[in-house]
Write a protein that binds this ligand. Structure first.
Ligand code: HEC
Length: 114
């Protein structure tokens, strides 16, 4: 009887230890995973700021989903700088050329630009 209870307590102890080790391993692995995801996500911040309120990622709000549009960089730049029908032009004082270049990296990653 006492033996059984003792084994149960040890089991619980090792269970807690095991959970701590697993949790620790996950926390250590997390920054690496975040870093790996940051690379293709370049330009996301600029996209969210300049386009995201109308073009939610993958969804449909006021603007159409941009995934797989497969436009050339030139076509994309024309749409952004000159506007298209319901989408107003976004001039360089709203989105600098440097930020547009970053947005382009993101757009290429979702195949909006080929
Ligand atoms: C104020 C809202 C708004 C913002 C901000 C905005 N768009 Fe748009 N966008 C629209 C709307 C609405 C349309 C649909 C225009 C139409 O009727 O053809 C559109 C259309 C487009 C199209 C054409 C899609 C197609 O199928 O031809 C592209 C490409 C596009 N937007 C890219 C962008 C990018 C990139 C940004 C950020 C630099 C951006 N848009 C910012 C509202 C917006």
């Amino acid at each position: 009887m006492t033996k059984n209870r003792e084994r149960g307590r040890w089991g619980l102890c090792f269970g807690v230890l095991g959970a701590l080790v697993v949790a620790g391993a996950m926390v250590t692995a997390m920054p690496h995973r975040a870093q790996a995801q940051n690379r293709p996500a370049q330009g996301v911040a600029q996209f969210n700021r300049a386009c995201g309120r109308c073009h939610p990622d993958g969804g449909e709000d006021t603007g159409p989903d941009l995934h797989n549009l497969n436009k050339t960089e030139e076509q994309m730049t024309t749409i952004i700088r000159n506007g298209q029908k319901r989408m107003r032009a976004i001039p360089p004082n709203k989105l600098s050329n440097a930020d547009l270049a970053k947005v382009m990296v993101y757009l290429r990653s979702i195949h909006a630009v080929r």
